[in-house]
Design a protein around this ligand. Structure first.
Ligand code: SF4
Ligand code: FES
Length: 255
């Protein structure tokens, strides 16, 4: 694929902190190689801002390889930008045209408090994991795991669910700012494996309760989460979460 340079206009959300009024500011990004990632393009803009004595744009990132879940912003109205199944750090400038105007905003959700510019606090997702997204059984060594027979279909489904990187794009995409896709991925990847079954009921109850406590909304089957998820987590997992949650609720009232 041949490389070329493009120039784009950015309209970037700038906000110095929570409770402070924010606004879109306009910047030029000139002579940007189409081989650059979106974040590298922001790096170039930030270098120019810093050289000019102006405040660089704050944004989250870490691995820049699509695996850590740290990056994330809404690009032209879409969490992680226009490419399906792609994190913002893996989005390349070849997907934009010379002369484009690109609007960049933070993930907006009631549960995600503004920190600065494009950075919001996604630690409520960590709190949901801490509420039950783990197993406490001693699973032994690798040879013990290999001794437990698991249907290939379940192993594949668990692996697909485990691909969730906890980025929060599903929350930002949902009109209700629900974290159901995230929670369902975490519940599913453990519930589908024998090691995760002993705590499946308490896990589903605890994680859903924590999600509600932290002001995430309810799922109303919009499917925006599935459409924008960079790991293409299926909403089939939400159906599984609902089954796990209802069964756990019935079991807790019977006991
Ligand atoms: S389900 Fe998808 S969009 Fe939601 S946190 Fe996981 S990887 Fe991100
Ligand atoms: S920076 Fe790690 S997934 Fe994008």
């Amino acid at each position: 694929m041949s490389s070329k340079s493009i120039s784009v206009t950015l309209k970037v959300w700038r906000q110095s902190g929570a409770g402070v009024k924010g606004r879109l500011e306009t910047y030029r990004a000139d002579n940007i190689s189409t081989d650059m990632s979106f974040l590298e393009m922001i790096d170039v803009v930030n270098e120019a801002l810093a050289a000019d004595g102006r405040e660089p744009i704050a944004f989250d990132h870490d691995c820049r390889e699509g695996i850590c879940g740290m990056c994330g912003a809404v690009v032209n109205g879409r969490p992680h930008g226009p490419e399906k199944g792609t994190t913002l750090c893996q989005l390349h400038m070849r997907h934009f045209d010379d002369g484009d105007t690109i609007v960049i905003e933070p993930f907006r959700a009631r549960a995600f408090k503004m920190i600065k510019d494009l950075v919001v606090d996604r630690s409520p997702l960590d709190a949901i994991i801490a509420a039950g997204g783990y197993i406490s059984a001693n699973t032994g060594g690798a040879q013990d795991a290999n001794a437990i027979l698991i249907p290939q279909e379940n192993a594949d489904k668990a692996m697909d669910a485990a691909a969730c990187i906890g980025c929060g794009a599903c929350v930002a995409a949902c009109p209700n700012a629900s974290a159901m896709l995230f929670v369902s991925a975490k519940v599913s990847h453990l519930a589908l494996l024998p090691q995760g079954r002993p705590e499946a009921a308490s896990r589903a109850l605890a994680m859903v309760r924590k999600m509600d406590q932290l002001c995430f909304g309810n799922c109303s089957n919009e499917r925006e989460c599935e459409a924008e998820c960079p790991k293409e987590i299926s909403i089939v997992n939400i159906a599984r979460l609902n089954r796990e949650f209802i069964a756990a609720g019935i079991a807790s009232t019977v006991m």
